[in-house]
Design a protein around this ligand. Structure first.
Ligand code: FE2
Length: 382
């Protein structure tokens, strides 16, 4: 049974939906009215500014109907109906006792025990079908995914980015080549093994997606390795909450410059949290770490201990998954979460990857749009 009461004064209503009690403020309900005078029916964009809603807005009447709640606002004498499903989805009258460093329910952390690497064949991906949607869901969930059986041709990486967004061009170009060079200007172009890292922490904002596409792989070694940065910082938090707090509380500094016209700098923490404690991003790249001078003197020693411990956790073998990329194979990572690395490889033979950056907002948008259109197709066929 459902019922609603208007609290004295009309600033709050209390809705009881099958014994779940939710309170809503009059101003919140009025601001979120879904009528065509308040929101554009097509885009959902709000058509009025808050200043156009009277500050003295109150609820004079509320009543439960078949599938929703009918509310009358004063002094506008405006009547708005709200779906129960929408009210449940947006209910904010609940205790949030989430531990600092929480992640979205869409995400799942992993380590070397991850049984099956998320993957999709290139041709299936291009169909923009359920396989594409599942691949996007996995990428959002695990922060990475492989793409197999793609064409062995230059520029094929752009076809994958085209599925969900746009290339993020940088001073390295629209894309970059990763192969051995005689005079490397960046360590990524040599045959040395690299520690797991996130790319370009010296940018603000960082590129949130990276794609690496293999075109040639005849050299021994050079396997790709990934580490879930969220898993690593959660392990740090479980071991030593003080270490976690230090790395999220104080900014580190990152920097990259060449000898010509590029000098990038950022000032951000290694562990970035939202104001309510959600784990947003990690930045970890020993090559690009600059001089850290934002940690107070009496905490610098402990900050270094925390940084060292996180580095050790990232290097632990049980944190990593390793795979070899063959020509036509590629992988994509959420560069705010998953660290990548390359094992060392021999100088005989060749290894050639093309890489590029893109952004997660495009991926999330494409995921939600494709999910909706596939659901509508299914509905129309039924
Ligand atoms: Fe990298």
């Amino acid at each position: 049974m459902s019922c609603v009461t208007v609290e004295p004064g009309g600033a709050v209503i209390k809705l009881n939906l099958d014994n779940t009690i939710m309170r809503f403020h009059a101003i919140w309900l009025r601001d979120n009215a879904c009528d065509s005078e308040t929101r554009d029916p097509i885009s959902g964009q709000r058509l009025i500014a808050l200043r156009e809603i009277p500050s003295e807005t109150l609820i004079s009447h509320a009543q439960v109907e078949a599938n929703g709640l009918r509310v009358t606002f004063e002094p506008e004498n405006k009547v708005i109906c709200y779906d129960f499903d929408w009210l449940i989805e947006n209910n904010y009258d609940k205790g949030k006792n989430l531990r600092t460093g929480w992640i979205s329910t869409d995400q799942e952390t992993w380590d070397s025990g991850l049984d099956l690497l998320p993957s999709c064949d290139f041709n299936l991906l291009m169909e923009k079908s359920t396989s594409t949607l599942n691949w996007m869901a996995d990428l959002r969930k695990y922060g990475f995914s492989k793409i197999a059986k793609g064409p062995v041709e230059e520029g094929a990486l752009f076809k994958i980015i085209d599925l969900f967004g746009y290339v993020r061009e940088t001073n390295y170009g629209k894309h970059f080549e990763v192969r051995t060079e005689v005079n490397p200007s960046n360590l990524a172009y040599t045959g040395l093994a690299l520690q797991a890292h996130t790319d370009n922490p010296y940018r603000d904002p960082v590129p949130t997606i990276q794609l690496l596409y293999c075109l040639e792989s005849s050299a021994a070694g050079g396997e790709n390795m990934l580490v879930d940065g969220f898993k690593a910082v959660m392990r740090l938090r479980d071991e030593n909450e003080g270490y976690f707090d230090l790395l999220s509380k104080y900014s580190a500094r990152f920097e990259y410059k060449n000898n010509k016209d590029v000098h990038l700098k950022s000032r951000r923490p290694i562990i970035e949290l939202s104001s309510d404690g959600e784990l947003l991003a990690i930045r970890f790249n020993n090559r690009s770490m600059s001089t850290v001078n934002d940690v107070p003197f009496n905490e610098m020693s402990e900050w270094y201990a925390a940084y060292r411990r996180l580095s050790e956790i990232i290097d632990e073998p049980d944190m990593e998954i390793t795979f070899r990329l063959n020509p036509g194979e590629s992988f994509i990572v959420d560069n705010t979460r998953v660290l990548h690395a390359r094992k060392g490889y021999s100088g005989t033979g060749k290894r050639w990857l093309q890489g590029c950056y893109a952004d997660k907002d495009g991926l999330n948008s494409a995921f939600h749009s494709l999910k909706k259109s596939l659901a509508e197709e299914t509905h129309n066929e039924a």
